[in-house]
Design a protein around this ligand. Structure first.
Ligand code: AMP
Ligand code: MG
Length: 342
């Protein structure tokens, strides 16, 4: 099947995408977090195609995307009053909530479980597609399982070429890491996957919120199936370096000598850009005080490293605080836990 990329500003985008969804075909859709691989979330057939196209493990459930808050009510058993009020603040936005599912949701979405993950994305074009499709759209990240998530239409094309009929190009995703997943079936509510919204952000409207133990501690079994897999891995060896910025810089300088002549990429903040000439490739994470910018760049940089056949990636990490928790969660998975604290 030939894959067509269509710009979000072209005529008939919504119509073409809706046609695919209605026929149980897949469409890649832009969101503010990463690109999603969308299919009719009430169709077993469409959801099976999502798992096949991504080569997604069969026990990793999908997130359903809706266009308005009221669409949530037919998808879940009950919406607690606190959650209802909180959603008016966080939606549309990079927050996914978990609630007890209603009977209309196919087993393929939840992998047989009795809870369902739901999110209302911000991107207008995508919400229009969902609205006009008249069904929730199941959409995991539009990458092959295990690869870095796609944050541009070209990233999606690399992984999904000839596997899906349509990619809607909505430009680069501005958040750049996936949504925060919040389990609202227990008290206190539990963050199963850290993301743009931190515990502190969510506590404003959800009251007391905790991180699932596995997020801050090695060796704990995660409550969310998706968190147990090695993820986002680039092809080359990758190490993440964490610590005082001057010590970290010294480490980079030593590595430049040790690994001279090899295809090494240094991924660090702009203030180290004078080290660029000492490495095969240099990728800037922007200003070290701007974690939002860093989050939006990480996956794109890891994919560029693959395109450049980089064999060794040295990446500077950040303190695990607020958005830094979500960023480090992705980096730790990308490097398979290979974090060096200096
Ligand atoms: P993705 O859409 O690929 O970014 O992944 C969706 C994430 O949400 C994965 O980590 C899933 O394991 C998680 N998820 C989806 N549904 C549920 C659920 N019902 N309970 C717990 N985690 C879920
Ligand atoms: Mg994913």
């Amino acid at each position: 099947m030939k894959t067509k990329i269509i710009n979000e500003n072209e005529k008939n985008v919504v119509e073409e995408a809706v046609k695919c969804i209605t026929q149980n075909e897949l469409v890649a859709i832009p969101t503010e977090t990463v690109y999603g691989l969308g299919g009719n979330g009430l169709s077993d057939e469409a959801c099976k195609k999502i798992f096949e196209a991504k080569n997604r493990p069969s026990d990793n459930p999908l997130i359903l995307h809706i266009s308005e808050i009221y669409e949530l009510y037919r998808l879940v058993e009950e919406v607690p009053e606190k959650v209802r009020k909180a959603l008016e603040y966080y939606w549309p936005g990079p927050l996914t909530i978990i609630l007890k599912k209603s009977d209309i949701i196919p087993k393929t979405v939840t992998c047989g479980g009795d809870t369902v993950a739901i999110r209302m994305p911000k991107k207008e074009i995508t919400r229009n597609i969902i609205r006009e499709s008249k069904v929730p759209i199941a959409a995991p990240s539009a990458n092959l399982s295990g690869r870095p998530s796609p944050t541009t239409a070209i990233d999606v094309y690399e992984d999904m070429k000839d596997k899906i009929p349509l990619i809607v190009d909505g430009g680069a995703c501005n958040v750049g890491i996936e949504s925060t997943v919040l389990d609202c079936t227990c008290e206190p509510n539990l963050i199963l996957r850290p993301g743009f919204y931190s515990k502190e952000d969510l506590e404003i409207y959800f009251g007391s919120v905790e991180y699932d133990k596995s997020i801050l501690k090695e060796g704990e079994i995660p409550k969310s199936p998706g968190q147990k897999y090695k993820h986002y891995a680039p092809k080359g060896f990758m190490e993440v370096i964490l610590g005082n910025r001057y010590k970290v810089r010294d480490f980079f300088t030593e590595k430049a000598v040790e690994l001279k002549g090899e295809k090494v990429a240094l991924v660090t903040f702009e203030d180290n850009s004078d080290l660029a000439d000492s490495f095969y490739k240099f990728y800037s994470l922007g200003n070290r005080d701007n974690l939002l910018q860093m989050a939006s760049l990480i996956f794109r940089i890891l994919r560029q490293c693959d395109d450049e056949n980089i064999t060794h990636i040295i990446c500077e990490g950040v303190e695990e605080k607020n958005l830094g928790i979500g960023i480090m969660n992705r980096l730790k998975k990308s490097c398979g836990g290979n974090v060096k604290i200096i």
